[in-house]
Design a protein around this ligand. Structure first.
Ligand code: MG
Length: 316
């Protein structure tokens, strides 16, 4: 049972709506081509008409519920006069995006706070994997972005290495590049990448080189190379995060808070476990984005950019 604060004895009304946005261009990752962001916006309102909103932004290939499963949960809830405590405090672990959305909506209703603002220098900009990257990089550097992310593990190592090298040659000394394999490399490929990246101090980290079941290999690999390794898919749920910490991971953790269940539970854990955290987007809309950025302003590693330079994926 998860306890909501402040406790509310008033009954609330509930409504929801599905959304679907096409991405500006398909996002290619080792998990496949992502073309539409689908989710559910939920709203809780009290008798005075005050509202709080939350967002269910599923990412099934990271182990969350599907949109259909989230929708079924919403459809089962009564729309009027909900007695919140017994329902919202016991949303199943299999519905982490629902846990996040309802707890966030509750917080938005009872303790709203202004959206945090981040400058381009504090955000990591997710670059598309196309041929215009180098031109775009010059413009973005001029706009104040310093940290960038690119997906790898989609083409042969030699092809991608050449592309990354060309990008790195344009980097200013203060620039940082994150490479995300989404668990798509073999152990031999991961070693090749880490050997190559060791010559480039602007590479901040290699994200999730191996699939989550190869956690032990990543743990062994990490101290062998100068480039840091970050876990993402390995720590995409609340339970996985705790398990990786217990098993000794002290490297970087990419946290997708919108899919990790009750936000206050995560914050309580972070208070007692000072990990090297990088908060990251699941291409959620402004509703969940602002709620996650509030958490990031408290718990993201202060010298690392937040993985939310993603708004351009929503606009043409
Ligand atoms: Mg990632």
């Amino acid at each position: 049972m998860y306890k909501f604060y402040p406790p509310s004895e008033n009954s609330l009304d509930f409504c929801f709506a599905i959304y679907q946005y096409p991405l500006a261009k398909p996002l290619l990752t080792h998990h496949g081509s992502w073309q539409f962001r689908e989710g559910i916006v939920i709203q809780l309102s009290d008798e005075s008409g005050k509202c709080g909103r939350g967002e269910i932004a599923p990412l099934p290939w990271f182990g969350t519920e599907t949109l259909t499963e989230a929708l079924k949960f919403c459809q089962r809830l009564p729309s009027r006069s909900i007695d919140l405590a017994p329902i919202l405090g016991e949303i199943p672990e299999a519905l982490p995006c629902c846990q996040f959305a309802f707890a966030s909506a509750y917080q938005d209703l009872f303790s709203p706070s202004p959206p945090p603002s981040f400058s381009p220098a504090q955000l990591c900009y997710l670059l598309p994997s196309d041929d215009e990257v180098e031109e775009r990089l010059m413009i973005l550097l001029g706009d104040g972005y310093q940290t960038f992310k690119m997906k790898i593990g989609l083409q042969a190592f030699a092809v991608e290495r050449e592309k990354i090298q060309a990008v790195l040659q344009q980097f200013p000394p203060a620039g940082r590049l994150r490479l995300d394999a989404n668990g798509g490399l073999t152990l031999a490929q991961a070693r090749n990448w880490l050997t190559f990246l060791g010559d480039f101090p602007q590479v901040e980290f290699l994200e999730q080189p191996l699939p989550p079941h190869q956690f032990a290999e990543m743990l062994t690999l990490s101290p062998q190379f100068p480039t840091a390794i970050a876990l993402d898919e390995s720590v995409s749920s609340w339970r996985q995060l705790q398990a990786c910490y217990r098993q000794g991971w002290r490297g970087i953790y990419v946290l997708k808070a919108a899919i990790m269940g009750y936000p206050q539970r995560l914050e309580d854990w972070l208070r007692t476990h000072p990990i090297d955290a990088v908060f990251s987007s699941v291409l959620e809309t402004a509703i969940a984005r602002q709620q996650v950025l509030r958490m990031a302003s408290r718990w993201n590693h202060p010298e690392r950019a937040v993985g939310f330079g993603t708004e351009h994926w929503f606009s043409p």
